[in-house]
Design a binder for this molecule. Sequence first.
Ligand code: CP
Length: 306
Amino acid sequence: MLKGRHLIDIMDFSTEELDEIFELANEIISGEEKFSQVCRGKLLATLFYEPSTRTRLSFESAMMRLGGKVIGFSDARSSSVSKGESIADTIRVIGCYADIAAMRHPKEGAPKIASMYSPIPVINAGDGGHQHPTQTLADLLTIKSIKGTMFNLKIGCCGDLKFGRTVHSLIKAMSRYEGNSFTLISPKELKIPDYVKKELDNKNVEYSETSNLENVIDSLDILYMTRVQKERFFNEEDYVRLKDSYILDREKMSRAKEDMIVLHPLPRVNEISYEIDRDPRACYFKQVKYGMYVRMALMMKLLGIQ
Ligand code: CP
């Protein structure tokens, strides 16, 4: 039963509950018109303390496409946070106005704190370098729809694996499905955090680490590219040195399998060359669309709408 629940970490939901969400998302994809009024009278609050294009606008368009309405802010300076109001008080107030809230915050754990005080479901829309569970819902639905399975896949994660919260959530989620293995491709300064590796070790999930994309691209079923997260660096010099560590171009793609898919949570900076967009294996814009449908399904489930 997902009604009334929060989504803070992708592990909050069982794989069966994730399947329920994907099933509903697929129903919406095949007949969106039927769902155009199911959230009539419902209000979503988007509380974005950090910039966003996709996540905020996909939540907002998802609610509007379901017939509901949206309130919120996209800049914390325009809310009473700037006067010193706590997350706990903010969410208690928002809970008096809205039926469900999506929160993005630069501090790890902020949406979790909100959920502890909230009278309405809280969805983590990205917390610092920690987790981004609804991006993972989009990633999983894309993989399931395009690859036809979520099992026995070789998944390459490439780029900023240290600060890239989407990768942390994706690895956690995909390691629950039998037979998946991970190739973690990053410069040594941006390696995956130890806590993520520990979880893989605990579950006996196969993984390897390398800094060389060319050497491993031919073995992958999925290549998940990420940008170097400029906003989480302490100094500009390190960012400039590392930002172009990987650029996926035609030459590298020529080594990849014919049915490998390229995913990216976006925004992209330089890490995927624009020439790749025409390659049928480039699936990152499809991923964006799946992201909206899966957020429609998620909100319906948390609101208990049949
Ligand atoms: N994928 C993602 O989180 O994009 P935004 O930062 O634009 O929301």
